[in-house]
Design a protein around this ligand. Structure first.
Ligand SMILES: Cc1ncc(COP(=O)(O)O)c(C=O)c1O
Length: 380
């Protein structure tokens, strides 16, 4: 398509392009979901129960882990997984500042400290080369994030963890079904932490999360911890939490899981199409790293004038997102760590330049063409 053949800006299209379209997705599962929700209501088994258990079994199987412990959010999943890894007050956990803040919250809830390392400029996930230098006598765990759906370089991270007696806990909140050399993200470290927040690749109809692990003892402890640490009714062996998943979410997730592979393939096709259609523009495009299956939770391009581009797209009715505009080491909540701008230059450059384009399984080629045309105008 030549620039000359495009309408002059500003010409907002008739159909704006939303960032994601949960209503369109609901229509594809409507009957099954409504029937399952009615079943839960009739059963009055509202918390945990058979629907949650059925989802746990199906999800563990999908990820290739022995266990799945369903909880009420991804943040709770991270909190419990770190407790399961033996992280305690005063310990350190090596993680990245380029993520959603919940990754660090879980460390802080325990009274431990996030020890940041920068991300790799190609994959935007934990830079393995920096990890050894960040290990101290207080380090208990390594917590990489499979950012935007791209798996982190987990094998070398696991080697480092094993060599130093540390646990590898994966933040898989954005990467359901992502693969690293054929193995699912969330099945490689000691545990994997998932979020089922509605906009995620596998989204509940409310809050939800899960931990996957193949360690029987950890799974048993986390199952107790999410339910007030009860070994049996009213017997509490340690301080527990109310992190239980409710049955409506289990019912929805079990149905939606059956569609996840098809939705992921739709995301992968759209991502490839974006890469082809945007190839000649002065934009930094994301790419799938060798040996990995990217599940494209987000399609994030980079440009030095990100804010100008974002405004131009908005004028054309194209919604975009920023993931994430302020890195964790520069957040007020973490000012006590004493970091300053310049400490993690790759992360800071991404924060300044990132622009997330609409990408969701139900997106039409026509909608995608509008995004591309709008970007082309803005960059001409
Ligand atoms: C990377 C990452 N970690 C953790 C979370 C927290 O998940 P939740 O919102 O379900 O608590 C999210 C999602 O918001 C996330 O994107």
């Amino acid at each position: 398509m030549s620039v000359a053949s495009l309408p002059k800006s500003p010409h907002p299209p008739q159909t704006p392009v939303p960032f994601l379209d949960l209503k369109a997705q609901f229509q594809t599962v409507r009957e099954d979901v409504l029937a399952a929700l009615a079943e839960v209501a009739e059963s009055t088994a509202f918390v945990l129960g058979p629907k949650v258990q059925a989802f746990e079994e199906a999800f563990a199987d999908y990820i290739g882990a022995r266990h799945c412990v369903a909880v009420n959010s991804g943040t709770s999943a991270l909190h419990l997984a770190l407790l399961g890894a033996g992280v305690g007050p005063g310990d350190e956990v090596i993680t990245v500042p380029m993520t959603f803040i919940a990754t660090s919250w879980a460390i802080s809830y325990i009274g431990a400290t996030p020890r940041y390392v920068d991300v790799d400029p190609q994959t935007l996930t934990m830079d393995v080369a920096q990890v050894r230098g960040a290990i101290t006598s207080k380090t208990k765990a390594i917590l990489p994030v499979h950012l935007y759906g791209q798996p982190a370089d987990v094998e070398p991270l696991l080697e480092i963890a094993n060599a130093h007696g540390l646990s590898l806990v994966e933040d898989v909140a954005q990467a359901h079904g992502a693969k690293y050399h054929g193995r699912s993200a969330g099945s490689i470290g000691q545990s994997g932490c998932f979020s089922f927040y509605p906009g995620k690749n596998l989204g509940a109809y409310g809050e939800g999360g899960a931990i996957t692990t193949s360690d029987d003892a950890i799974a048993e402890r986390l199952r107790a911890l999410r339910d007030h640490a009860q070994s049996q009714r009213y017997h509490h062996n340690e301080i527990g939490f109310n992190y239980r998943m409710d049955a409506f979410q289990g019912a929805v997730l079990e149905i939606k899981l059956k569609h996840l592979e098809a939705w992921t393939e739709a995301r992968r096709r759209l991502a490839e199409r974006y890469r082809e259609l945007l190839a000649d523009l002065p934009l930094q495009l994301p790419r799938e790293a060798l040996g990995r299956r990217h599940v494209w939770h987000l399609f994030v391009v980079r440009h030095p004038q990100r804010d100008r581009l974002r405004a131009a797209l908005a004028e054309d009715g194209v919604q975009t997102g920023l993931h994430y505009p302020i890195p964790l080491h520069l957040q007020q909540a973490y000012a006590h760590l004493g970091h300053r701008r310049g400490d993690f230059p790759v992360t800071e450059a991404i924060s300044d330049e990132c622009l997330s384009l609409p990408l969701f399984p139900e997106m039409t080629d026509a909608q995608q063409d509008l995004v591309v045309a709008s970007l082309r105008r803005a960059l001409s």
